[in-house]
Design a protein around this ligand. Structure first.
Ligand SMILES: [Zn+2]
Length: 252
């Protein structure tokens, strides 16, 4: 029997899927991907994410403001996205992705801007009682400190240390492993230790392909197999627990 899996984070609305979006969604369905969570990062992709979720019953939207936009966007642009998130949050299952990316942003002023914007997104999650999808790179601990009081938090494509992962999951938050786990030793070591009731999986398509070329939700099966091997359990068990955790945190 085909196992049912959930891709907890991807960007199917991105131009890389313009050529074959519907086919990719069909391939995912055949691979057992029963739910897909698609995340916006700016004004345009928040809109296209909502459109996609509107079109497909099993695709769910999260509305975000990524750290890249926070660093380089104008004041008007950022204000516009924040009010867009507030206005449309009823049609989405979560706020995010939003957060801190100190890997791509090396300047103090840029990081300070990310911090200001991230705090505003956190405020929206608080006032609307929403889950929040965090993008944190080389800034996992800083991000955690800002969201630790929230109830429903997912660190998407978690790539931080084992120690910080323990702090995050001890606080009752979730970490999502991307298909990176198929080829990254660091992610493979994380995969062994993330508590069963805190683990999510994702492709982050079109990025992070476990094979050649573009990633897509159907390839999530590769991550399931790798994680199952590392944990010494069945593929079906990885599928079951990660789907259950995803449903739990996003209220699907
Ligand atoms: Zn993403």
């Amino acid at each position: 029997m085909l196992q049912e899996i959930i891709d907890s984070h991807c960007h199917l609305d991105f131009p890389k899927f313009n050529r074959d979006r519907q086919e990719a969604i069909e391939r995912a369905r055949h691979a057992g991907v029963v739910e897909i969570i698609n995340s916006g990062v700016n004004q345009k992709t928040n809109l296209s994410t909502l459109e996609l979720a509107n079109e497909y019953g099993h695709i769910h939207a999260t509305l975000g403001l990524g750290p890249g936009v926070a660093t380089s966007g104008s004041k008007e642009e950022i204000e516009g996205i924040l009010s867009q998130i507030e206005q449309h949050i009823e049609m989405a299952i979560s706020v995010g992705e939003a957060g801190l990316d100190y890997y791509h942003c090396r300047t103090d002023s840029g990081r300070a801007r990310q911090l200001v914007v991230f705090k505003k997104v956190i405020e929206i999650a608080e006032t609307t009682d929403s889950a929040i999808v965090i993008h944190a790179r080389d800034a996992e601990e800083e991000a955690f400190k800002l969201v630790q009081h929230l109830d429903r938090v997912v660190f998407h494509c978690y790539s931080g240390s084992l120690e910080t992962m323990k702090i995050i999951t001890d606080a009752g938050h979730y970490v999502s492993l991307a298909t990176l786990v198929c080829f990254s030793k660091h992610h493979q070591s994380l995969a062994k230790y993330i508590p069963s009731d805190r683990l999510l999986i994702e492709t982050d398509s079109p990025y992070l392909s476990p094979r050649k070329g573009r990633n897509e939700p159907a390839l999530l099966v590769d991550a399931v197999t790798v994680i199952a091997k590392l944990r010494g359990i069945k593929d079906s068990e990885v599928a079951r627990m990660t789907a259950e955790n995803t449903r739990q945190v996003f209220g699907l």
